[in-house]
Design a binder for this molecule. Structure first.
Ligand SMILES: [Zn+2]
Length: 272
């Protein structure tokens, strides 16, 4: 009788152990790549195939980074798969090698006070006010931050780009000059600066540049083409080129050391 009870006890124990181990095995089964994708807050169902293809060649990246990179368009070469930029984003419009402005796009323009700029430098009213404030406050510390190139029309950019192509060839020209419609200068939210004593190409080696690194975001400007981000922005490092986006956005980008492309893909593109 005692033995019978013991046998039943061991049988029950065995069944319990089997049930427990089976549920554990089930839990350990890896979650599929696709279900991980869907869980990401940045997931766009229209890009599902692109995420999967991009993942195949970039397995070391996190799921979120794969999604962000594809949302930016980086699974295509620059200037492939281009689209008209969303003008409703106002100060946050994205113009780069995947997003363009039409030939007819001309923003509202105001001329910057010549205390802070070369002759006839124009920006949108908000960007102009912000830049004047920035330059005025830098001046209080005996620093000259002067606008030397601001709004450029589609036609002007077309001439500029074609001159560079004739000089350096298309491949090289593409690393430092935008194709017409793809220049951020057409937004009138972008600005190239110098300190008046040195060429803009040497801006990095000036006190003004150090000041800009510490203060530009407080006026709503970001360094648009930072060092080591060429694979995302599509441009070589440009210490002289700044973009107005607004104080909160610029502060976030500055403190998180990300590009505008990444910020746009995360927070702007799908915002209603
Ligand atoms: Zn520029």
């Amino acid at each position: 009788m005692k033995n019978k009870n013991l046998i039943i006890f061991y049988l029950l124990l065995l069944i319990i152990l089997i049930v427990i181990s089976r549920t554990l095995i089930k839990k350990q089964k890896p979650i599929s790549f696709e279900s991980k994708l869907i869980k990401s807050e940045y997931y766009n169902k229209n890009y599902k195939k692109r995420y999967i293809n991009y993942y195949k060649n970039n397995k070391s990246l996190s799921i979120n980074q794969i999604i962000i990179n594809v949302n930016i368009g980086l699974d295509y070469p620059f200037y492939k798969n281009i689209k008209k930029t969303d003008l409703a984003k106002n100060n946050l419009i994205l113009v780069n090698k995947y997003n363009y402005l039409e030939k007819t796009y001309i923003p509202k323009l105001e001329t910057i006070d010549e205390k802070y700029a070369n002759k006839n430098m124009k920006l949108t009213p908000l960007a102009k006010d912000a830049f004047e404030e920035l330059s005025k406050n830098a001046k209080k510390e005996n620093l000259n931050i002067i606008a030397m190139s601001t709004y450029r029309s589609y036609t002007y950019q077309n001439t500029l780009y074609n001159n560079y192509v004739n000089k350096d060839g298309k491949d090289l020209a593409d690393t430092y000059s935008a194709r017409p419609g793809h220049s951020e200068h057409q937004t009138a939210l972008a600005i190239d600066v110098y300190n008046k004593t040195k060429s803009y190409l040497e801006f990095e080696n000036t006190k003004e540049f150090i000041w800009m690194q510490e203060n530009a975001h407080k006026y709503g400007f970001i360094l648009r083409y930072p060092k080591n981000k060429e694979h995302i922005t599509g441009y070589q490092y440009e210490p002289w080129h700044y973009r107005y986006i607004g104080i909160n956005e610029a502060t976030y980008i500055h403190s998180n050391n990300i590009t505008f492309e990444e910020y746009y893909a995360k927070f702007i593109e799908n915002k209603k």
